[in-house]
Design a protein. Structure first.
Length: 511
């Protein structure tokens, strides 16, 4: 039985020692090289004499970041990806919550961090360049491994908190092992797969890239962010590296569809396209399916707190542009419960909050018991023994075939003009309009107005209202429209709703 994700790396290094495990445009390493480098980094951390403690990694879209992750795990600790491009104050908040025993990064990154923060507190710094020169202490690493449990933390990823203070989601080895074992069966991953990593390493989509790759002996091509503003170069790179598999955010697929970059053909052997993060606009999915009709398309759903994904839907039919994809069925070893506001089970066909039970659940938030208690509750349907549920804040319903559908965020169900309205329903119609590239709706509570934000080449206020009125009652149509040439996005490629609220709503509301 696998109890430590490093076993995947070690097993693949035995099976495929010379095969490329990780690559970026500037470097690459084989499985054997990755294993050796990770052990060196792990050994460099041994003098800190820490176990099950966090080490921060200043990430880039490169091979060294992944090696730093594995090295920390070899040392018996867990890693926390930190984007050094974040505002200095947010990095301070993360470090204050985390109190890492060490910060790893390149010499250049560490120097820049010290300059931007003015100081790094009591956090020791270790350059990856120095760590890679360390001779592996095999005996010490083996001793650490013998005391490992699969419930030990593997990583912590910070997400935005409702108060503006970031929350660190702690994920264990067991949860990631469960995830990739289920993925291997559901999507038939083979060693010949070549993944193209789109997500930054502080976004949990990247977890699926890293661990599905080492579990199955595949190759991960780490894409630079610049490729998504140079789509022709991106397609050429996918062809050159013979990429077969994409596990991308919906926004990344949407960018390529908006720019029509597939129109001249796709020469990469893409066979599997998995997506998550936001509702997939049907016109974007139709565009990809038109140009790659033989590929498998999979809609994945799940928040960071349940280890990336808890449900999936393999697209198996055509959809109209006003339909939305199911988020599907739960992976084995996971159960989805729909709860009403009274914490009772929703009736068949009734909408309820999506709550998750199973191995995938995070233990909670790092150094944050108050928010942990709010989000991870005792299963109200089980009064007999302790059993945790994670309450996602998403609303959903099961159809007659047992497939789960996303309805809206719990906080996007509003009361407006005496009517209960799902903002997600407005967004679905908005995304169906051919001239709209992206958009969302937010309710301005203080002003009592539905505000619609959208991206298009030209101002389309009049056409949007006409399009919405064909499908929605008047009371659901927005009271205010705001046009963008490029709508603000956060670092994870999602619409930056927090920024939109701050800058455009009455009183600068925040999420």
């Amino acid at each position: 039985m696998i109890t430590n994700v490093l076993e995947y790396l070690e097993n693949s290094a035995v099976k495929y020692p010379e095969k490329t495990a990780f690559a970026d445009p500037a470097s690459h390493c084989s499985y054997q090289e990755a294993l050796q480098a990770s052990r060196s980094i792990g050994s460099a951390l041994l003098p800190f004499d820490q176990r099950r403690r966090p080490a921060a990694v200043l990430i880039d879209r490169d091979v060294c970041s992944v090696l730093a992750f594995f090295g920390i795990v070899f040392s018996g600790n867990f890693y926390v990806p930190v984007d050094p491009k974040l505002p200095a104050e947010r990095i301070r908040q993360i470090l204050k919550t985390l109190e890492p025993f060490c910060i790893l990064g390149s010499e250049k990154q560490l120097s820049a961090l010290t300059s931007s923060l003015g100081e790094t507190g009591n956090y020791p710094l270790l350059s990856i360049e120095t760590a890679l020169q360390t001779e592996p202490d095999e005996a010490a690493l083996e001793k650490i491994r013998k005391t490992h449990l699969d419930t030990d933390p593997l990583y912590t990823i910070f997400t935005s908190g409702s108060t503006g203070v970031p929350k660190g989601v702690v994920i264990t080895h067991r949860s990631v092992i469960d995830l990739v074992e289920q993925f291997a069966v559901a999507f038939d991953f083979q060693s010949e797969e070549v993944f193209a990593g789109q997500a930054p390493f502080d976004f949990d989509v990247s977890v699926k890239d890293i661990y599905n790759v080492i579990r199955n002996g595949c190759t991960l091509e780490i894409l630079p962010q610049s490729f998504f503003v140079m789509p022709k170069k991106l397609l050429a790179y996918l062809k050159e590296r013979q990429v077969t598999t994409l596990i991308w955010a919906v926004s990344a697929l949407s960018v390529l569809a908006t720019l029509k970059v597939l129109d001249k053909g796709v020469e990469a052997p893409l066979r599997k396209i998995l997506f998550s993060g936001e509702v997939m606009p049907m016109k974007v999915l139709s565009y990809w399916r038109k140009h790659l009709p033989e590929a498998m398309y999979v809609n994945l759903y799940g928040p960071t707190e349940i280890t990336c994904n808890c449900t999936y839907y393999i697209v198996d039919r055509e959809f109209t542009e006003l339909e939305t994809l199911p988020i599907g069925k739960p992976f084995p070893n996971t159960e989805i419960l729909l709860l009403t506001e009274e914490r009772t089970e929703a009736a068949p066909g009734e909408t309820g909050e999506i709550c998750v039970r199973g191995t995938s659940l995070a233990p909670g938030y790092y150094n944050n018991p108050e928010n942990t208690e709010k989000a991870f509750i005792q299963n109200p349907l089980n009064p007999y023994f302790p059993e945790k549920l994670y309450c996602t804040g998403d609303m959903g319903w099961f159809d007659k075939d047992g497939l789960l559908h996303f309805a809206s965020r719990r906080d996007s169900q509003i009361k407006h003009m005496g009517h209960r309205i799902e903002l997600g329903e407005i967004e679905t119609v908005l995304q169906s309009l051919p001239f709209v590239e992206n958009g969302c709706c937010i309710y301005d509570t203080a002003a009592g107005k539905i505000v619609l934000f959208y991206q298009s080449r030209e101002n389309e206020d009049k056409s949007i209202l006409q399009g919405l009125q064909k499908h929605l009652p008047k009371y659901m149509c927005p009271n205010r429209l705001i046009h963008f040439d490029r709508i603000p996005m956060n670092s994870h490629g999602k619409i930056d709703r927090a920024r939109l609220k701050r800058e455009f709503l009455t009183g600068g509301e925040t999420l």
